[in-house]
Design a binder for this molecule. Structure first.
Ligand code: ZN
Length: 334
């Protein structure tokens, strides 16, 4: 169990020492949550998940019948600059199934899976939901040199790979994960079906909050220091009022021109932006400057993160807290 309390508390207390040793260090290395061969009616599937945004989802869906290793499972690691170590690569060797975000977000994981013999089944979630970069579709397997040269900016070559911020994509991905697990361990299909039902229930408050926000959004606007939240903003129905110059430079992985930053600050002062969505996971002088401008202008700031911000926080709890903060910010403005 990966520092979380999905199991009954008693079982967790009994396994306390083991839990501690599994979770004691947060050095950015892979973490593993073990399945339970005795409780699983079929074979336990060994799954490697590239990023923590999906790790909790796969753990929830796999239950006793999946051992889930999550390679990037620390908020201290920037997925955009990630270079796997040999230890990270070794995690792929025993995998039956590799779950990738895809859309060139975690190309290193596709490469690592491709070098394993026998090859694991690879589930590319961006492919599942139809958010795939053209380059990736045309030249599968090629290095994404542009991104690697891109430094700390937040572009992804034209597509928005942050599909865990799309509620539709989250649901479609979960269905695909359940289906793949069932194919790899057919005797455990009933267990996976139960887990899928439990997951859908877990998702209910998240979906309900999105519905509430959809009603509240109306003609409301947001601007964002980075694109990470855009899929969710679109699902909610918020209008993107991020000034175009800033937006373009952010998506082109270039520093925004001083004029673009000034335009953004002016827009924040001008009253046309109801909320500033701020990616708290990346550091940078410009986003901080925009945040300060928003605060000065009385525009509420909602913090979001690229990755699960603390160890043990479930996907739903993470997302829900951000959505509730957005609800509060919109109410404050209305
Ligand atoms: Zn990103």
């Amino acid at each position: 169990m990966r520092c979380r309390t999905r199991s009954a508390p008693l079982a967790l207390a009994a396994a306390g020492a083991l839990v501690l040793s599994a979770c004691g260090s947060d050095d950015g290395g892979p973490t593993t949550s073990s399945g339970d061969a005795e409780a699983c009616p079929g074979a336990v599937v060994d799954v490697v998940v590239s990023v923590g945004q999906w790790g909790d989802v796969v753990e929830a869906l796999g239950g006793d019948c999946a051992s889930v290793t999550t390679v990037i499972d620390s908020v201290a690691v920037d997925p955009h600059d990630f270079e796997p170590t040999t230890g990270d690569i070794a995690a792929f060797e025993e995998a039956d199934l590799v779950v990738l975000n895809g859309a060139d977000y975690d190309h290193w994981a596709a490469d690592a899976a491709g070098n394993v013999d026998p090859a694991p089944v690879v589930l590319d979630l961006a492919e599942v939901v139809g958010v795939e970069s053209e380059e990736h579709a045309e030249e599968e397997g090629e290095e994404h040199a542009e991104e690697e040269a891109g430094g700390e900016e937040h572009g992804h070559g034209g597509v928005d790979p942050h599909i865990w911020y799309s509620p539709d994509s989250v649901q479609q991905s979960a269905e695909a994960i359940t289906a793949e697990l069932g194919e790899l361990s057919p005797d455990a299909a009933d267990h996976f079906a139960e887990r899928a039902t439990a997951w859908e229930q877990e998702l209910e408050p998240y979906l309900a909050e999105i519905e509430t926000l959809r009603t509240a959004a109306g003609d409301r606007t947001y601007a964002a220091t980075e694109s990470v939240f855009d899929h969710m903003a679109e699902a909610i129905g918020l209008t993107d009022a991020t000034p175009e110059g800033y937006r373009e430079s952010a998506s082109n992985e270039t520093d925004p021109a001083p004029g673009d930053v000034a335009e953004f600050e002016e827009a924040l002062r001008g009253g046309g932006i109801d909320v500033l969505v701020y990616n708290a996971q990346t550091e940078g002088g410009v986003p901080e400057q925009l945040r300060a401008a928003a605060e000065e202008a009385g525009v509420p700031v909602v913090e979001v993160t690229e990755s699960v911000p603390e160890d043990g926080l479930s996907f739903v709890d993470w997302q829900l807290a951000q959505l509730q903060a957005l609800s509060a910010a919109l109410q404050q403005q209305s």
